[in-house]
Design a protein around this ligand. Sequence first.
Ligand code: FES
Length: 103
Amino acid sequence: MAHWVKVCDVAGAPASGAVMECEVEGIGVCLANVGGKLSALDNWCPHRRGPLGQGWIEGNAVLCPWHSWAFDADTGVAEYPEGERVAVFPVQVQGDDVLIEIS
Ligand code: FES
């Protein structure tokens, strides 16, 4: 059943242009801040399970630190290579908490 869980404090969220790794309920999450908007993606790249939360942002994409596959921060769809994607999780801020919805 889908539910919202805290991933970090607002103060601990990545700054604009940065990413970070978190883990909630055993799920690895890449939290990304693209121009002030937070996005949450599956942390594990479908190529060879590189940690997206250790990668970086270019444009609206999160790039994997291992071989630079690029995933749209909003949709999880890969800009490169075509046909790949990672899961994304809805994000909301409630008070001082950053929450994501997982099922
Ligand atoms: S493991 Fe992510 S691009 Fe290779």
